[in-house]
Design a protein around this ligand. Structure first.
Ligand code: AP5
Ligand code: MG
Length: 237
């Protein structure tokens, strides 16, 4: 863990990979809150654009509701702008990007153009039955976006956000069972190959996403600590 503590002092750039419901958002929020890095969730960016009814948002809403991906060109442009914002300078965690091999290649190029590289791509894993169960029970606060789960992390009164007592939790439109199945199919066909892209570069860390949230977080921190130690050792040689 000493290595991970050292990593906090410098800018760290990570990607969280994995199927819908595996816990990318949950773990990404913990990591960035604890370390002062920016959390860049492409799903959240698209949902905010959809809520504002911008042209991008309206098109994204149609794709998301159908469980399909938004085009590579749009997503690459969006992430390129986002990682250039000041809060990303101290490090960032990408949640939900890259989701295709062309997106992964574009990320490598946009970082290289800024003289940067990715520190690690973390692949969170879980069996499909668990993903379907988690997404079916997921609820979120429309005001603060805090995530709840009716089974694993229910709100205190069963219905309202713990931090906004009058705000009723909502279910994401794409968390209906038919759309969940479509998202999993799209993941298998278009996103799973991204894992191979990172395995080929030696930057892939695989972390078991099953178990209580804090246990998964501990495994994630350990994996990152080892990466940081490897980097320090390489620097010392
Ligand atoms: P996005 O918002 O990224 O959705 P996703 O990948 O389908 O992932 P989820 O947010 O559903 O799951 P998660 O892994 O974050 O899990 P969470 O932590 O919430 O993308 C939505 C859409 O936007 C896409 O379908 C696509 O259309 C579009 N899009 C986005 N990025 C794109 C891109 N780059 N290219 C093209 N299109 C793009 O956890 C799930 C639930 O489980 C929660 O209730 C949580 O509380 C619970 N939970 C978490 N961990 C645990 C645990 N260890 N044990 C028990 N319960 C747990
Ligand atoms: Mg998410």
């Amino acid at each position: 863990m000493a290595g991970f503590a050292a990593a906090r002092e410098c800018d760290v750039r990570l990607v969280l990979l994995g199927p819908p419901g595996v816990g990318k958002g949950t773990q990404g929020r913990k990591l960035t809150q604890d370390n002062g890095w920016a959390l860049i969730s492409t799903g959240e960016i698209l949902r905010e654009a959809a809520a504002r009814k911008t042209p991008l948002g309206l098109e994204a809403q149609r794709r998301m509701d159908a469980g399909l991906l938004v085009s590579d060109d749009v997503m690459i442009g969006l992430v390129k702008d986002r990682i250039a914002e000041p809060d990303a300078a101290r490090g960032f965690v990408l949640d939900g990007f890259p989701r295709t091999v062309p997106q992964a290649e574009a990320l490598d190029q946009m970082l290289a153009a800024r003289g940067l590289r990715l520190d690690a791509a973390v692949s969170l894993t879980a069996v499909e039955a668990e993903l379907v169960r988690r997404l079916g029970a997921r609820r979120e606060c429309p005001t603060c976006k805090r995530a709840f789960n009716l089974e694993s992390s229910p709100p205190r009164d069963g219905r309202h956000c713990d931090d906004h007592a009058t705000v009723e939790l909502i279910r994401r439109a794409d968390d209906e069972e038919e759309t969940i199945r479509k998202r999993l199919e799209v993941y298998r066909e278009q996103t799973a190959p991204v894992i191979g892209h990172y395995r080929g570069t030696g930057r892939l860390l695989e972390v078991n996403g099953i178990g209580p949230v804090d246990q998964v977080y501990g495994a994630l921190r350990s994996a990152l600590g080892e990466t940081e130690r490897d980097r320090e050792n390489a620097g010392a040689r």
